[in-house]
Design a protein around this ligand. Sequence first.
Ligand SMILES: Cc1ncc(COP(=O)(O)O)c(C=O)c1O
Length: 359
Amino acid sequence: MEFKNILLAPGPVKVLPEILQAQAREMITHRSSEFSALYKDLVERLRAYFQSEEAYVLTGSGALGLETLIANLCLPNEKIICLTNGEFGDKLVETANIYTNAIVHKQDDGNGWNLERAKKAIDESEAQALAMVYNETSYGVRNHIKEICAYAKKKGMFVIIDGISAWPGTPFNCFEFPVDGFVTGSQKGIGAPPGMAMIGLSKAAVERYSNRKHIPSYYLDLRRHQKRYQKDQQTPNTPAISLYWALQKAFDVLDKNGGLLACIKRHMDFSEYVRKRVLELGFKLIAEKGFESYTVTGFYADSAERAKMIKDKLAKEYKIKIVGSRGKFKDNGLRIAHMGNVTKQELDACLNAIERISE
Ligand SMILES: Cc1ncc(COP(=O)(O)O)c(C=O)c1O
């Protein structure tokens, strides 16, 4: 299969032909041993990647996975501290406020969260949980969640992380990062088609949701997922079976290419390379130093007109798709995603085209 375009948006990302083709199989019923084998394989591999007590693949986008974590782990009479620094952090707050009570702390657009900045807010919050985005996709900012999670955990909080655009290109596992609920999306770094959320849960998280008498959702109730999985490794409702085959192939590709560590290294190398090239081309980086994302680079031009011209020419003349940024970088900001199975050649095609357009 020949790709007609180079897709460098931060999800959906390019899907390799073998992953796309894995979907095109004769349909099966999800109440079959064949489906049980497929789902068991996905769940066991996810548990190993996340080093989590439980893991599930949910049919729905990343936001569904995040909402599932919040609905199951947060109580209506409790508080959750939300550290946000962009559009997806703000959406996390909106989600949290449906099921519990968010105490919100913000960083300026392009700035990141580290423990030094978060400590006082955590100390003063009296919250039972903490939630934040790992990789703020709107600017390409990687928050220092490891230290923040460890601190919140020491204070007895449940920790929920939106790792949708972080995984598997950014270090994470529940063992080193004391996280109770983690979510990622299929259309991001794993390089599968959109439509699946993957969640990981710690032992404490499993105990919490399993012991609840009431969870304020039918479809998102993890007790139903757990019960059905324990019975026959199936899902409580009809899953997107074709997508699950694609996800299995995407996991095969991840493993074949050296597994998680090799994947993280590739993402770190590509991010460093893209940053170097955009700086050489005279742009400025949106992310504060030390908080640069490994999966998407945000940068800005000296004018909104120039940013628009670059984006439009890339799309029209080179068939390369990149996207703009958000917030105060909405007009002059641009983002190149380097997540998933992107190649150096594709990144070079984009950067060289920007160089030519800029001449
Ligand atoms: C950090 C982050 N959180 C949440 C979402 C929402 O994910 P979805 O559109 O899959 O629901 C995205 C999507 O870009 C994201 O990057």
